[in-house]
Ligand binder design. Sequence first.
Ligand code: FAD
Ligand code: NAP
Length: 328
Amino acid sequence: MDLSAHHTFGLPSQCSDWVELRSLAQVRAAIAVMEQPPLILGEGSNSIFLTDCDQPVWHIALPGIDVLGADTDFHYIRVGAGVNWHAWVEWSLHHGYPGLENLALIPGSVGACPVQNIGAYGLEVDQRLHSVCYVDIKNGQSFELMAADCGFGYRDSRFKQDLAGRALITAVTFRLPRLWQPMMAYRDVAMMFDALPTSPWQVFDAVVDIRTRKLPDPWVHGNAGSFFKNPIVSGAQAQVLTQGHPAVPMYPQANGYFKVAAGWLIDQCGLKGYRVGDAGVSPVQALVLMNLGRATASDLRTLIAHVQDQVMDRFGIALEPEPNLYGA
Ligand code: FAD
Ligand code: NAP
């Protein structure tokens, strides 16, 4: 199987064992005959194959959207892990269940949304989750983990920690508020409105518009979204950083730490548009690295190292890649 079409960065890569899982029965059957731990793949928008893959790749394609019911405050809706994220957001609005509009146009599958606790424009998905259903690949047992037990953090969860490579997420149950309120704290969204929006579709359209202008379409120009995590620094480090660079965008976190905008750091190093072979820094959003045509793994590795070195030299901050780099 050619993996270049199964990860949005689109580097050339092959795998010899590709399995498509469309039902719980197929998941159980695959586990029963498993000889080697699989690599679990949704739509590959947060995964980059730098080499050929010698593990079996299990592509999660479980369908289904089921409205489970409601209580006084929330609607509960279970969605199959293989459903496309943006299609689900659109479905929820069309059927009168708002609450996910700030997360419109994020590529990928529903099954991957809890893994890095996807977030954008002031909303993280854990704020809208009830629970996550998964099968433990080690023993075939099924579990439903409540959101409070998923260890959600900033772009983090137990599915990246102790449950990594073990939990195969089969469905996600959302908890959407019956009383809709627009989430307007994020500057780019707020700037699109003169008055508070009265419909979630207005927020949805605004987010789609902002994203379309700022981010390269991964199906046109290969990319994996934000390539580096926004570094979280201590209060003391933040003070040193602001003394040297008063304009640095920083956002206070709950624990006295600060989140630094990695894209700004890269931009300050003059790297917008910088390229190594066919791998380049987006000329519009410095946090996005792109495949400008026929990028190789070597182009991308050299580019990553260059960006990291420049930011380290100038700011003393180590940037860590956000996507999963297979074969690194
Ligand atoms: P994959 O890349 O296929 O997998 C990602 C990880 O999840 C892997 O570790 C994989 O093993 C695991 N995984 C996938 N499915 C399952 C499953 N069913 N069970 C267990 N583990 C699983 N992210 C944000 O948070 N916010 C954004 O605004 C955002 N914008 C983006 C914009 C662009 C243009 C792109 C290309 C990416 C963006 N991303 C963003 C990153 C990405 O879209 C998300 O991380 C998304 O949730 C990945 O989904 P996927 O199905 O493509 O995951
Ligand atoms: P941006 O608006 O240029 O802002 C740069 C960074 O500053 C963002 O990463 C954001 O952190 C932070 N920020 C801005 N306003 C903030 C606020 N009011 N409170 C807290 N933090 C704030 O970002 P962008 O690149 O255009 O992206 C817009 C949104 O889409 C962001 O939420 C971003 O995370 C998301 N996005 C994510 C990916 C991905 O692959 N992970 C790709 C594209 C876009 P946060 O990232 O924590 O929001």
